[in-house]
Ligand binder design. Structure first.
Ligand code: NDP
Length: 433
């Protein structure tokens, strides 16, 4: 706390994990030292990113890369371009990433990076020059066995392409140094689907463990972006009934559930036409649009928050519980506030925390690295089957850790404990470095 006293987001993340690790520290006090070591990043890089805008003006942004832990493998984690980015946010995300990556069963450490640059409203040329300048500093810290970034908020396929191109030019080396690449130059099939599909696989494991099924169950999905779309798609595969989707303008309710045709309309609307979710009512006569509303007061069985952080407050949690929801599976990062999680735990609702439930995205990024090392591209079926196995293992490992440390079915604590122990043991074995 003393060393990071101005970093609120980072301290909040550390405190949340520290709290759930108490049963581990009580049983094995020596792990406290490893926690202290893990909380200090192995390396933090902060650099100037100068670039020239379309009017010829010099512009300056700040770039970050926090290489948090390489105990389990090379640093891995996304780059976020957003005006709110600062060191505290990147450290919080990097810390979470270490535990998430540990859970994936793959050999990947954790890191995160980004810049306070916002690509919204910038021309393609400006975005390209920014990405090139960003990579001109960062490339010396990366490598396919050192640090492998990926996308995050506002870093999509366009930015990944520009960043990769500049890396390749400077390093004179074509390697899988970034994931989320286009399929034609090293990307993995199923990567776009991975987070949504993985979240539903995770939910399937959880509900089966509780002797329930997804089949026939009404599901609330928020958001209509990447995670939400593929969550709905996989719910349909499981014969569940997804009845809501949303965006920042409001929420649509489709009382009988989305069909595959309805989902195809939404994918086209959001990914190609860049339209608003309300336009879905032109496609479906049964759907209703509720402006500025979230889906959390619609009666249903399960909820899949897949839009953004903080979207389920304690108030929303109460509404979910009152409306019969028995399970919440986090597709987004940190969608439930601490107050909401407290309410879920009080009523014993199935709670799949983001770190475990949405780890499918980074897991398939790990599989992209494996394919790049082999110079091969696996089929959709091969990658999807591996993803399904990984999500099952994440659930089981979290459950086992929860049981061993006497917190019953507390998968949130179990995920933190299992993720931490694997990293901590590796740190001990590798010596004090
Ligand atoms: P997208 O940008 O594709 O979609 C985000 C969706 O959420 C959009 O529908 C957007 O609406 C909506 N949204 C954003 N902010 C708000 C808000 N304040 N209120 C209501 N709706 C909002 O992002 P992704 O689907 O990729 O990511 C969603 C979440 O999942 C994020 O938390 C991300 O960090 C997390 N995540 C994503 C992974 C991935 O592989 N993509 C991996 C792990 C986590 P609008 O269209 O109006 O902007």
């Amino acid at each position: 706390h003393h060393r990071n006293k101005h970093e609120h987001e980072y301290l909040e993340a550390i405190d949340e994990v520290f709290e759930t690790l108490q049963p581990v520290f009580l049983k094995h006090p020596k792990y406290i030292e490893q926690f202290e070591r893990l909380a200090e990043p192995e390396r933090q890089i902060i650099f100037r990113v100068p670039w020239v805008d379309d009017r010829g003006n010099q512009r300056i942004n700040r770039g970050f890369r926090v290489q948090m832990s390489s105990a389990l493998g090379p640093y891995k984690g996304g780059l976020r371009f957003h005006e709110t980015v600062n060191l505290s946010i990147i450290k919080f995300l990097a810390f979470e990433q270490v535990l998430k990556n540990s859970l994936t069963t793959l050999m990947i450490g954790g890191g995160k990076g980004g810049s306070d640059f916002n690509p919204k409203g910038k021309s393609d040329g400006e975005v390209m020059r920014f990405c090139q300048s960003f990579m001109t500093e960062l490339y010396r810290h990366l490598g396919p066995d050192t640090d492998i970034p990926a996308g995050d908020i506002n870093v999509g396929s366009r930015e990944i392409g520009y960043l990769f191109g500049q890396y390749k030019r400077l390093a004179n080396n074509f390697s899988g140094v970034i994931t989320g690449k286009d399929m034609s130059w090293g990307g993995s099939l199923i990567r776009p689907e991975a987070t949504g599909y993985g979240c539903v696989y995770f939910a399937d494991n959880f509900v089966k463990y509780k002797n329930a099924t997804l089949e026939g169950k009404k599901c609330l999905v928020s958001g209509s972006g990447n995670v939400a779309q593929y969550t709905v798609e996989k719910l349909l595969d499981f014969k569940a009934v997804p009845i809501t989707m949303s965006d920042s303008s409001g929420c649509i309710v489709e009382p009988n559930g989305f069909t595959r045709e309805g989902l195809a309309f939404i994918k086209d609307l959001k990914n190609v036409k860049r339209g608003r979710i309300s336009e879905y009512t032109k496609f479906s006569k049964t759907a209703e649009f509720f402006p500025n509303k979230k889906p959390w007061d619609v009666p249903a069985n399960y909820a899949f928050p897949s839009a953004t952080q903080g979207e389920i407050t304690a108030y929303d949690a109460k509404s979910l519980i009152t409306n019969g929801v028995q399970g919440v599976f986090e597709g987004a990062n940190m969608p439930s506030t601490p107050g909401a999680i407290e309410m879920f735990k009080k009523v014993g609702l199935m709670f799949g925390p983001a770190k475990a439930a949405n780890a499918g995205g980074v897991a398939v990024s790990g599989l992209e690295m494996a394919q790049n090392s082999q110079r091969q591209q696996w089929t959709r079926d091969v990658v999807d089957a591996k993803l399904e196995v990984i999500m099952k293992e994440i659930f089981q490992t979290s459950l086992n850790a929860a049981r061993e440390y006497c917190v019953d079915d507390d998968i949130q604590a179990g995920a933190n404990i299992a993720g931490f122990l694997k990293v901590a043991d590796a740190m001990v074995q590798q010596g004090t470095v």
